[in-house]
Design a protein around this ligand. Sequence first.
Ligand SMILES: [Zn+2]
Length: 243
Amino acid sequence: MLKKIEGIIVKETSYSETSKIINILTKDGIIGVMAKGAKSLKSPLRSFTTALTYGSFNIYYHEDKLSTLKSADVINNFTNIKKDIILISYMSYLTDLASQVMKQNQNEDIYNLLISSLNKIENGLNPMIITNIYELKLLDYLGVGINFNACAKCGSTSNIITIDPDIGGYICQNCYTNETIYDEKTLKMLRMYYLVDIDSISDLKISNIVINNINYFVNTYYDRYTGLYLKSKKFLEDMTKID
Ligand SMILES: [Zn+2]
């Protein structure tokens, strides 16, 4: 059966001298596809079968064995991302993260939010902010969502004074012991990150202090609560340190 699927190639593996298997992340999860002859210089499939290609793929779909690729078209080349090694690292991490979360919870929102995030980074918005927004939104799909309305310890909705990634969210005056105090802007912005519709973001005016506070919060929270340890994340951290 001929079928058209949309997705991003998350992995390419050599199969023979001339062929390879590509794993495409789609809204229905990851699909493995044999690209016959795609390694050959003359193959029309060659340029459409490299990792991080975002396209539509016409495949001969087989229910219980590997599907084969017939033809492909690029949907977005992400040319701005692909000329910058830091942005490529962000894209690799985001697609890797989406793939891992999809394995735990096959929800097409995870895919749609990924595409929205990549479009925003391609259009020049701050990649760290967009990545943190995506990471915060994925927490619900990982089953470790944060309550952005109440103290993480007692559930009180008043007198919130700070956040703490180890405690897992907001802390109110009564529950406060010795956690770092973050300013009100950081607390408000963290909630905004979680609630914002990624497609609607056109401009971001957020101070570097707030951006870095939230990035620290998200990274620490991920380490502590998600159980995900991705090489692409480690690579991204190393790359942004050099930068
Ligand atoms: Zn409390």
